[in-house]
Design a protein around this ligand. Structure first.
Ligand code: NDP
Length: 304
């Protein structure tokens, strides 16, 4: 796939995020088995869920299940949606102090009475498996070892596997959030791409998109990016997860990305679908981060 633009003859190659995620989970599982047998170390991942948000409950359940399947310890803490900021902070501080817990994830969004930034800031940076703490953000941007946010990490793994060396590629990321757009930009800069970050005030977004060898969409607007915005042969990563009504089926919904997949697949060289693209990689990368965090805290090397 190294020269997707030259090889393009028909529909884009579909990047199978489920298969990538299964591979990464298996690799993490094998490494966990190794650190257990060689060092007696069992990584532990704690998830804090505040409130009853149905989507968050599903994510947390999946995370717990996959953590156990990888051979790690999984700890789940549920607080009511009336929980105060101090109650959430007390839970985070207890987990910071617990030597069996190597990774802490506070499921977002938090109820409005709880200040998200204050909670994320309270997590021990060494246990910050989401990579959202300012210390990890700063380390990422200055090229120091850090815990890298999971969704961006998943995007990079799939891009490198699809394209090989990314040096010199023109990458456009649509969306500049702290948790997706900005860290993806930094990871691609580190791979020597020429990076542009686009956002809601970008002038002529379609023209900007048409210049990109790598197009990453992280906007949260269903099918906003059309086929004729895409450079023929480009590699397209769709981070967006949007629920839209299913045509002709009252009350039913389906998931779509930020890219108009039906149009884009005819133009791109390779593309991630929604669902089944970036989404499955996020939890697999979380497990990888928990393993890295555990090894660093125990002072042992992450197995090759
Ligand atoms: P945010 O809402 O935090 O950020 C959205 C970004 O899109 C902002 O930078 C905003 O610009 C930009 N934007 C909004 N409208 C436009 C527009 N019309 N043209 C150009 N840019 C625009 O979202 P997130 O980064 O948290 O998430 C983005 C998407 O990714 C969502 O669909 C989310 O569900 C999904 N997601 C998927 C994950 C996965 O595991 N696959 C994980 C995390 C998120 P501005 O800054 O100017 O407001």
């Amino acid at each position: 796939m190294a020269d997707a633009a030259e090889q393009k003859t028909g529909e884009a190659c579909i990047i199978d995020g489920k298969a990538f995620a299964a591979g990464l989970r298996a690799t993490v599982g094998a490494k966990v088995a190794k650190v257990k047998s060689e060092h007696g170390l069992t990584p532990g991942l704690a998830v804090v869920l505040v409130g009853e948000d149905p989507a968050s409950q599903i994510y947390v359940r999946n995370k717990g299940k996959q953590t156990l399947e990888a051979g790690m310890n999984s700890y789940e803490f549920k607080l009511p949606d009336t929980a105060s900021e101090d109650e959430v902070l007390t839970r985070v501080e207890a987990l910071n102090a617990d030597p069996d817990v190597h990774g802490i994830l506070v499921q977002l969004p938090l109820p409005e009475q709880v200040n998200e930034a204050r909670i994320l800031d309270a997590i021990d940076p060494a246990k910050d498996v989401d990579g959202f703490h300012v210390i990890n953000v700063g380390r990422l941007w200055t090229g120091l070892p850090s815990l890298v946010p999971c969704t961006p990490q998943g995007c990079l793994i799939m891009l490198k596997d699809t394209l090989g060396n990314l040096t010199g590629k023109k990458a456009l990321i649509v969306g500049r959030s702290n948790i997706v757009g900005k860290p993806i930009a930094q990871l691609l800069l580190r791979e020597h791409c020429t990076v542009t970050l686009a956002h809601s005030r970008t002038q002529d977004l379609a023209a900007e998109c048409r210049t990109a060898d790598i197009l990453v969409a992280a906007v949260g607007r269903p099918q906003m990016i059309r086929g004729d915005w895409i450079k023929p042969g480009a590699t397209v990563i769709d981070v967006g997860i949007n629920r839209v009504p299913k045509e002709g089926e009252d009350g039913k919904t389906r998931l779509v990305g930020d890219i108009h997949f039906g149009e884009a697949v005819k133009v791109a060289g390779a593309i991630t679908p929604v669902p089944g693209g970036v989404g499955p990689m996020t939890i697999a990368c979380l497990l990888n981060n928990a393993l890295i965090a555990a090894c660093r805290q125990a002072g042992v090397d992450v197995p090759d």
